[in-house]
Design a protein around this ligand. Structure first.
Ligand code: GCB
Length: 603
């Protein structure tokens, strides 16, 4: 072969392989709708608090076994203890309760149908907190940072028919340059906290799709569904097909050189999605021999002056805040049952809206919200102590937001992206969050953007009776949101009567947090701290105070259920739980649950 021909062949081969390389992070949407092998269950684990790997010992990911009786290998998965995946490691073994270091997990698997040369394979992890290193059959395939969003690595050339193993090293330590940073008011559940799958796809496959109602056609007889399908592979078909059987839609869309197909489809008699009527349509997407089906609802969300409009009509968001925890099991929520437990309580409370605080929750809850008719506020853990002037932190925030949007874009329930919680109005934060707002809007213009802000008085230190909101960040947001704990942190509930509100912007308002703590079963008069009666008193006064806000469009009181928090150590009362829930960690309702339920009945 001549030198030129050789180089040309090499380049060609390289460009082909560049598309199918192990270790490449690929986003695959709707994993439950794919052919997959679920790898949930018992995984063996090796504890590695001092990161022994860094000492140059045999790397754990190589899964070594002694060659003979003289050989030294100082770890073994074979006789190791096991942890459940998905699950928080902390509550599975007493000695892991406050462990935040490294744990290496191993899981063996066989491919029942054998490895196919015509297929591609990916390891998908719904979430692992906080940094994960993934290897398959002794080869590193990639690393992911961020504890709440999914990730996926290609492993096509690494698999055998039998005796495969995947090792995932998870590190849960907290650092100032992480998102979230070092201190939070929630439990830092470590480990592989969401589902793990091996996904099988054709050579060219539908990696993701973004489908929504075109809001400019809301009032037309033929409303349009608009979208984009992303293919992944080395060569693409000319067209993809989109079917919505119930609407008798069967359309084709042209695929461009990047594997992207855009479409705009006219519909007749399209029924809109709303909390009262959470209508979902089966949507099938087909490309060559790949087919993915989903259930998608169509709605619009926008603001007009001080109103929030769902499908063009003003709506009041009767909400509650949630952490992504199953309190009964002291675990990160990770299943459909976990989602059903809390959404059942929220329905009983009379809610049509939920704040999924303070980080992306499991996909099951978002999908169930679509089915049950809840509207959602979703957010990233841009919480206390973020390094606003560190460009690598901004990069991480963008990546985490992209992963969240890619996962949930097709969910009608999700209507608000919140970009931060209780951050101070300083130039570096304004620049960081300003850029993040632009980034989020550039990825998704089908939702509203907000952030839980603080009142001006918290920054200038001169509280008075008129609470003002002039944070310049609000200029870039669609909704004014703030957390307000008068009566619990400072002041007494009675002072709520003296307060009024001045908004510096003509925008709708959502009170994103308020409330106070109570130990379920502890009774006293309404001035006795931690009693259920005190919590009721705070709710009664706060609700009357917030009702005075012109443009109040909703609220998400803090919080539905008591949640684990190492910050909360008051013995006999908190014992590691933040007690602001309306329901205890054992599932018993406190009196204030009924106070809010009554208020929502009247709204
Ligand atoms: C807040 C935070 C939330 C805390 C809550 C509290 O403002 O946003 O994460 O848990 O107050 O209980 O103090």
């Amino acid at each position: 072969m001549s030198r030129i021909k050789y180089i040309f062949t090499f380049l060609l081969l390289w460009s082909v392989l560049a598309h199918i390389t192990n270790g490449q992070e690929v986003f695959i949407g709707n994993v439950q709708g794919r052919k997959n092998l679920c790898l949930n269950g018992k995984w063996e684990y090796v504890l590695d608090p001092y990161r022994a790997e860094q000492l140059g010992w045999i790397p754990v990911y190589q899964n070594a076994v002694p060659r003979d009786k003289t050989d030294r290998v100082e770890y073994s998965f074979n006789a190791a203890q096991t942890l459940w995946v998905p699950g928080s490691w902390n509550t599975q073994e007493p000695e892991l309760m406050y462990y935040e270091g490294n744990i290496w997990y191993r899981r063996k698997f066989d491919l029942l149908e054998g490895v196919s040369a015509h297929k591609r394979y990916f390891i998908y992890v719904g979430a692992a907190n906080y940094i994960s290193k993934v290897s398959v059959n002794g080869k590193n395939v990639g690393q992911h940072e961020g504890g709440f969003t999914p990730f996926c690595f290609e492993v096509t050339n690494l698999l055998k028919d039998k005796d495969n193993y995947v090792i995932i090293g998870v590190n849960a330590s907290r650092h100032p340059e992480n998102i979230p940073a070092e201190i939070n008011d929630w439990f830092n559940h470590g480990g592989i906290t969401r589902d793990v799958y091996l996904i099988e796809t054709p050579q060219t496959f539908i990696s993701n799709y973004f489908i929504a109602l075109d809001k400019s056609t809301l009032n037309e007889k033929t409303r349009c569904i608009t979208g984009q399908i992303q293919l992944n592979g080395t060569s693409f078909p000319k067209e993809v097909r989109i079917q919505i059987p119930e609407l008798k839609i069967e359309e084709q869309a042209i695929v461009n050189d990047e594997g992207v197909a855009k479409f705009n489809i006219e519909t007749k008699k399209l029924q809109l999605w709303s909390p009262d009527s959470p209508k979902l349509y089966q949507v099938n997407i087909m490309s060559g021999d790949d087919i993915v089906s989903d259930e998608i609802g169509f709605r619009t969300i926008e603001t007009r002056g001080k109103q929030i409009l769902l499908n063009g009509e003003p709506i009041f968001l009767k909400g509650i805040s949630l952490h992504d925890e199953n309190p009964l099991q002291r675990n990160r929520a990770n299943s459909k049952d976990d989602a059903a437990l809390v959404l059942g309580w929220a329905k009983e409370l009379g809610c049509n809206f939920l704040r999924l605080a303070h980080y992306p929750h499991q996909e099951n809850i978002v999908r169930l919200a679509d089915k049950m008719g809840f509207l959602l506020w979703e957010e990233l853990p841009l919480y206390w102590g973020i390094q606003w002037d560190n460009p690598s932190v901004l990069k991480k925030a963008k990546k985490q937001y992209k992963e969240l949007i890619e996962r949930d874009y097709n969910r009608a329930s999700s209507i608000i992206w919140s970009i931060a919680n209780e951050t101070s109005n300083i130039p570096s934060r304004n620049a960081f969050l300003g850029e993040l707002v632009n980034f989020v809007r550039s990825l998704d213009n089908t939702r509203l953007i907000s952030a839980a802000c603080k009142k001006d008085q918290e920054v200038d230190g001169h509280p008075d009776n008129v609470y003002t909101y002039n944070d310049p960040l609000i200029e870039k947001l669609d909704i004014i949101s703030f957390n307000e704990y008068l009566g619990w942190y400072g002041g007494s509930p009675a002072e709520c009567r003296d307060k009024s509100f001045k908004m510096g912007f003509e925008k709708p308002v959502i009170v994103s947090e308020f409330g106070g703590g109570a130990l379920q079963g502890l009774h006293g008069d309404s001035l006795t701290r931690w009693s259920e009666e005190f919590q009721v008193y705070i709710y009664e006064e706060s609700l009357q105070m917030f009702d005075k806000i012109e443009g109040l469009c909703g609220m998400t009181p803090w919080i539905l259920v008591d949640f684990m928090s190492p910050l909360r150590q008051l013995h006999g009362i908190q014992d590691g739980w933040n007690r602001k829930g309306l329901i205890s960690e054992k599932g018993a309702k406190k009196k204030a649950f009924y106070t809010l339920q009554e208020y929502y009945k009247r709204k």
